[in-house]
Ligand binder design. Sequence first.
Ligand code: SF4
Length: 364
Amino acid sequence: MSEARHDWSKEEILAIYNKPMMELLYEAATVHRVHHDPNTVQVSTLLSIKTGGCPEDCGYCPQAARYHTDIEGNDLMKVSHVKAQALRAKASGSSRVCMGAAWRNVKDGPEFDQVLEMVRTINKLDMEVCCTLGMLTENQAKRLAEAGLYAYNHNLDTSEDYYKDVISTRAFEDRLETIDNVRKSNVTVCSGGIIGMGEEVEDRAGMLVALASLNPQPESVPINALVAVEGTPMAEMEPVSIWDMIRMVATTRIVMPETQVRLSAGRTEMSREGQAMCFFAGANSIFAGDKLLTTPNPDVNEDMAMFKLLGLNPQKPFVKVAQPTTTEAVDSELVPLGEKPKWTRPEHKIERNEIAKNNKKLVE
Ligand code: SF4
């Protein structure tokens, strides 16, 4: 049984979010240490395999065809190109490749077959492979699972209440349906959101209620700060304060203790000190590479220098997501390279990792 709670109320989450900063940080860091190695952060690489020309109208996205941005559209990348990029990412410390295509939904046919081939190819490189391709049917999720997909990303973006202010071409329920279809396959779920889109703090809490009430909770939750891009409806939004990011990361860590919290878009605007606070508050993944799909991201060398400064180690691929069951069910910290993981699924007996167990002793 997972220790995660699925019945958080918005009021409870708001009370956590609004705690005095030092209390919030202490609580989040304590939860983090129980469930994760605080000195390990996963480095992931996000690759745009098909850029621009999307028919959707997500207000934050420069890839929507209807907005006039200076994004250069590209057709679906060749498998050989994806492999070369994945190898480069692996050589610079990434253990996960996430491939994004600017589609409303996945369509069966030659392009989907090509994506399946990309998944097989990256899977053979002993890297976690994740896709974000838009809406997905149950059958398509199963085909991706058969090809070796480790995770599927489908962000809720914001609260159900605020969703229609951000996107009109699909509904919040559509997002939940795709997540449900992924859950019916043997693929882990990655789903998070963006802050700084003009939402209220209540909407941030509302999004966390929706994510935390998924059972099981997503194995991965990206927290993005809006990167306001000229030509999109959100071009004039004020930048998100680092304190809001820290609060959001810390609250996510507390309400979803076992998930991998990903510090995602917006890092170019954050100082090293700010990012360090986010890691302390429970973020344990970053995206590497100078682009996050189409928006700027810190250079990988800068990130490695930050890791050195902070004594952080990049996480190896296929670390079992800590979903403690019993203290007796203990397994090693990492799955060695080359060994395929047992996916983290609710019906599996999930082992607690050694570090989490030791840390729990320390805080008890
Ligand atoms: S976020 Fe995705 S679905 Fe929305 S416009 Fe951009 S590419 Fe399309």
